[in-house]
Write a protein that binds this ligand. Structure first.
Ligand code: GLN
Length: 548
């Protein structure tokens, strides 16, 4: 029988509920328990697939092709597990299920209501993963307590607190303890109010995790315990950390895992096995070299738009004992005239995934620069498609080459809508999504990177390399080194006469975890390191001689 931990949030959004949930999950997993995490989001969209990154940051895609909240990325990166469609549920999906059932006549004769029909469906989904053989299911409730939207979710937790055996249910409430500089004081009042609000909704937290910029100290902890009706040891300090990967260790010091285990009456557990995690943190904290990589995209002002890419670079950097400094370059402002000035200082170039025509020409100019200057290049999804267009225009001399996504009337549709997409009109969940196999050609860069000829990676796209032109490209020197074994769809392109030039149609960033950094990222950072060393040697031959 699984036990359930619910994580709610109070005071403000963006306190890092996902990181706290993932850290708690990591600690319980490290103690030998099998854990999964799910997220319930209060918005009406059926999934975040139709939301743009300004609304919701990155859309994270699971193995089974679900378009989900970016917190699922944290769960996978921390726990080194795969999540699925069942791990992310929205209000929209709950209502869709209930309304479909109503149309099918499942409630014939009855009035369908928020309580009990919507809350029953929420509870059913909250308990669903518990049937998968996990010891513990952690459920993060999106939004902030007091929001109108999240009320049915909190109500479902209230009911479960009564329906489940007491030791099978824990509620962890994450709040903020603001520090008022002028008064030089930490303030507990917002936390008191948010716990009161939660209690009014019928849910009493067992543990309160307090985000804070300053150490709480025993007096503040005592005060929170007193006013919020929890034990003093159940008030956990979550101080700002230099990296999210420190948080599990900080939570271990605060005994968050032990408090939850005690409440759940779990006595069979081991000392936390975190040696790989700690090794990763050591490498992250004490890098031996540094590279600067340009991330070319159109959402560069948004931290969350390329979340998984940034995290994959952290994993790959640690693996190379190298600090990866990412500089965001807005593709809209790159031109032939300023490309050297904008990209000349880089050790590697990543052209990001994306949709639509904004910033496209700048991306193509950036790829051209990387190809000609032999700057390590890595293109993901749209980035790969741009490298194909660049090659067509500047090597094959097809100036009109384009993707039909941006120019439906182009004479040279080197990137074209996938055949099975041509009849698709609905937008939600209709792209080529999730894991697909890829066959790699031996002796290529891709083969060297993966050390295998059969791989599987996750996808999210509608357009593809147009195989009608494959022979022309290959004759001119571009190698299609990875293909889908069934459809022949080109998944990887590369240039042999270049230190590192690789474009992938899939999203390798989605499978990078602390314990298994994604190999393309690892090799790309390595190539950037080598490029930086060579650049230094040219710029500073004396220094090199001295070092020898
Ligand atoms: N817009 C492109 C397509 O749909 C690329 C998608 C992406 O980068 N994820 O094929």
């Amino acid at each position: 029988m699984a036990k359930y931990i619910f994580v709610t949030g109070g005071v403000t959004s963006s306190l890092g509920k996902g990181i706290i949930a993932a850290s708690l999950g990591k600690l319980l997993q490290a103690r030998g328990l099998s854990v999964t995490i799910q997220k319930f989001d209060p918005y009406i969209n059926v999934d975040p697939g139709t939301l743009n990154p300004y609304e919701h940051g990155e859309c994270y895609v699971t193995e089974d092709g679900a378009e989900t909240d970016l917190d699922l990325g944290h769960y996978e990166r921390f726990l080194n597990i795969f999540t699925s469609q069942a791990n992310n549920v929205t209000t929209g999906r709950i209502y869709q299920t209930v309304i479909n059932k109503e149309r099918d006549g499942a409630y014939l004769g009855k009035t369908v209501q928020v309580v009990p029909h919507i809350t029953d469906e929420i509870k059913r989904r909250m308990l669903l993963l518990g049937q998968g053989g996990f010891d513990i299911v952690i459920t993060e409730i999106g939004g902030t307590v007091g929001d109108i939207e999240s009320l049915p979710f909190i109500e479902a937790v209230r009911q479960l607190q009564w329906e489940l055996p007491e030791e099978d249910c824990v509620v962890v409430h994450l709040t903020l303890i603001p520090y008022l500089k002028a008064a030089k004081e930490l303030k507990t009042k917002p936390t008191q109010h948010s716990v009161r609000m939660l209690s009014q909704e019928g849910v009493h937290p067992d543990v309160i995790v307090c985000r804070t910029e300053e150490p709480l100290g025993p007096e503040i902890k005592r005060k929170i315990a007193l006013f919020c009706n929890v034990k003093k040891e159940a008030v956990i300090e979550a101080a700002d950390a230099p990296t999210i990967y420190e948080v599990p260790l900080a939570m271990m010091r605060e005994k968050l895992d032990l408090i939850c285990l005690k409440k759940m009456n779990i006595t069979q557990y081991s000392e936390p096995e975190l040696s790989k995690w700690k090794e990763f943190l050591d490498k992250l904290k004490y890098p031996k070299s540094k590279v600067t990589i340009g991330l070319i995209g159109k959402y560069i002002e948004l931290q969350d738009a390329y979340k998984s890419i940034l995290e994959a670079f952290i994993h790959a950097g640690a693996m190379n004992e190298c600090k990866v400094n990412i500089v965001n370059v807005h593709s809209e402002f790159i031109t032939d005239e300023n490309v050297e000035e904008k990209l000349g200082h880089l050790d590697g170039l990543l052209v990001a995934p994306g949709f639509g025509h904004r910033g496209i020409e700048g991306k193509i100019t950036a790829v051209k620069y990387a190809r000609e200057q032999k700057l390590p290049f890595f293109g993901i999804c749209l980035g790969m498609q741009m490298s194909v267009i660049e090659f067509a225009r500047n090597v094959l001399n097809w100036p009109e080459a384009h993707s039909t996504e941006m120019d439906p009337a182009t004479n040279r549709p080197v990137i074209d809508l996938m055949e099975e997409q041509k009849s698709v009109t609905a937008k939600g969940g209709t792209m080529r999504l999730g894991a697909y196999p890829c066959q790699i050609t031996e002796g290529t860069l891709a083969h060297q990177i993966y050390g295998a000829t059969q791989i599987s990676e996750r996808h999210r796209h509608r357009w593809e390399f147009n195989n009608k032109y494959l022979a022309d490209f290959e004759a001119a020197g571009l190698v299609a080194s990875g293909k889908n074994p069934e459809s022949g769809l080109v998944e990887i392109v590369e240039l042999p006469n270049h230190p590192f030039f690789l474009g992938v149609q899939y999203h390798p960033e989605l499978k990078s975890t602390v314990e298994n950094p994604q190999p393309v990222f690892v090799h790309f950072v390595k190539a950037a390191k080598e490029y930086a060393e060579k650049k230094d040697a040219v710029r500073n031959p004396l220094l090199q001689n001295e070092m020898i």
